[in-house]
Design a protein around this ligand. Structure first.
Ligand code: HEM
Length: 504
């Protein structure tokens, strides 16, 4: 363990310093810093966090962000305290614009239900309990592994079709192909539907609108939610664009789900499908069996929450492998062990024997996290870094930035070294706080952690294994500004990967 991590803060509540003394900018100065000429105007959020960390210390207060303070901790001791006090229904602040969309704008679809990503309290607990066994049980992976593999085949074909024959490089907008891969994969799981985004329907108006809408949502929800909510009182064009983009996705999911459910019902009626519980052939069918509305809401959640993080993670992992040929060679050797031929089938069984692949994925996600960390609104007062943080305050944790940027937590922090995850004696000096509980939390923690974890694992393992088995992956450009960081991270350069065909 390095100096970063330590034991739980033992200061009793009545001896803690008062909440009002937590350092931070005044509300006025904080708002001013986002206005023209301000300190944080157009700055990525991680720079703002690191700057405030320098100015105010390990804990600081961002006053009244969208009506409520956010206390940011960059002290690992506080992470454990926060998660240990999160209560039965861990509360994560959602985007106010998303709440408005679900509760007011599209009440016709949501009918008062907030879903997983933005719901809280007992209603969230009930939904999460219902979907956990469906989404997270390893044995359910057999319901979607074939879909994911099929989509992957199309992705490899697409790469071969668009590759520059001279340079072997991808076009500048290759990240859009990765977006399509992820979107198609998630839709194949959540909607049990193939959309053809990588193949026959790639030019369809629907595909283009979906892609545009997803990009708008990521960009605009953050901007609107960090600023004072003027959209509640005035017609703000950005807000209208956001609602229209959310409409596009919601209608798309809703229509596809209606069609998929109709197909399932017809198949069951005509005897092509078993109506017995436990005999379902898709995630959607399992969800629909509990409740049709649940199926729609969960599918929307999976799309909203899943596409961008997976896109960023996969791009980061590929970039890391491209820039680190020795690690790529070691990974290839491991993959060859289970896939002797370029087109040997990948199965749930043989995927179990790829520890270095999993280490590469973990390391890539460490180096390119999707955001600072997660948030919790605590039901009780707690002591964080010696201050009494009152119940109802939103606490943000910055562990992802520490793990990706700060040498005091991870040795050779900006080097891609999957070996540190293998936990064998020979690489003990590389482990640092990667082995400390509550430090490496890219998927969050506890009952509120990522509901798509199994699906992501399968998507990433399949994509990386098959790409590395088929191609020598290269990238001949600088990568310092590969991603821009607003609240969530987004691709920022032309990802002209080189995919040179392996001869054997
Ligand atoms: C590498 C890709 C991904 C990363 C790094 C990631 C990370 C996260 C994180 C940090 C959270 C919040 C956890 C917390 O507050 O403790 C979360 C929540 C969630 N994620 Fe993911 N995620 C990824 C991909 C996906 C995918 C592909 C899906 C869907 C198929 C998905 C579905 C969800 C859902 C539904 C939630 C909300 C869970 C809840 O609040 O109950 N995620 N994810």
């Amino acid at each position: 363990m390095l100096q970063g991590a330590a034991a739980l803060d033992a200061t009793p509540l009545d001896q803690a310093k008062p909440y009002s003394e937590i350092p931070g900018p005044s509300r006025f100065n904080f708002i001013r810093s986002f206005l023209p000429g301000g300190r944080y105007i157009n700055k990525p959020v991680h720079e703002m966090f690191l700057d405030m960390n320098k100015r105010f210390g390990d804990i600081f207060r961002m006053p009244g962000v969208a009506g409520r303070d956010i206390v940011v901790s960059m002290n690992p001791v506080d992470y454990e305290t926060t998660f240990r006090h999160e209560g039965q229904f861990p509360y994560r602040r959602s985007f106010e614009t998303m709440d408005y969309f679900k509760r007011v704008h599209r009440r016709d679809i949501f009918d008062g239900a907030d879903g997983l990503t933005s719901g809280n309290g007992p209603a969230w607990g009930k939904l999460r309990t219902a979907v956990n066994p469906i989404l997270l049980q390893p044995r359910n992976a057999k319901l979607y592994v074939n879909n994911i593999l099929q989509v992957n085949d199309e992705f490899l074909e697409r790469i071969r079709a668009i590759r520059d024959p001279k340079t072997q490089e991808m076009p500048a907008d290759f990240v859009e192909e990765i977006r399509r891969l992820v979107l198609e994969s998630i839709c194949s799981v959540a909607l049990n539907t193939r959309l053809g985004l990588l193949a026959e329907n790639r030019e369809s108006e629907e595909a283009k609108q979906m892609i545009k809408a997803l990009a708008n949502i990521v960009e605009l929800s953050f901007q609107l939610d960090l600023m004072p909510p003027i959209w509640k009182y005035l017609p703000v064009p950005m807000f209208k664009t956001l609602m229209r983009s959310l409409d596009t996705i919601a209608d798309f999911c809703y229509n596809h789900i209606q069609q998929a459910l109709k197909r399932i019902e017809e198949d069951a009626r005509d005897g092509r499908l078993s109506t017995e519980p436990g005999m379902e052939t898709s995630i959607l069918e399992k969800l629909a069996r509990s409740n049709r509305q649940t199926a729609v809401i969960i599918a929307l959640d999976l799309l909203f929450a899943g596409v961008d993080p997976t896109l960023v993670s996969l791009t980061g992992i590929l970039l890391s492998l491209a820039k680190n040929p020795a690690q790529q060679a070691r990974l290839l050797e491991e993959i060859r062990g289970v896939l002797p031929e370029k087109n040997s089938p990948l199965t749930i069984e043989n995927m179990k024997h790829l520890p270095y692949l999993r280490a590469c994925i973990k390391e890539g996600i460490r180096m390119y996290p999707i955001g600072p960390g997660t948030l919790r609104r605590l039901p009780v007062d707690v002591v964080l870094s010696g201050y009494r943080v009152i119940a109802g305050t939103d606490v943000a944790m910055g562990s992802n930035y520490q793990m990706s940027n700060m040498e005091q937590f991870v040795p050779r922090v900006r080097d891609f070294l999957p070996e540190r995850w293998l936990r064998d004696e020979s690489h003990a000096e590389l482990v640092g706080d990667t082995a400390t509980p509550f430090m490496y939390l890219p998927f969050g923690f506890g009952p509120r952690s990522c509901a798509g974890k199994r699906i992501v694992d399968l998507m990433l393992e399949t994509a990386v294994a098959r790409l590395v088995r088929n191609f020598d992956i290269g990238f001949d450009y600088p990568i310092e500004n590969a991603f821009k960081q607003k609240f969530f991270v987004a691709p920022n350069i032309p990802f002209k990967f080189k995919f040179v065909e392996r001869t054997m």
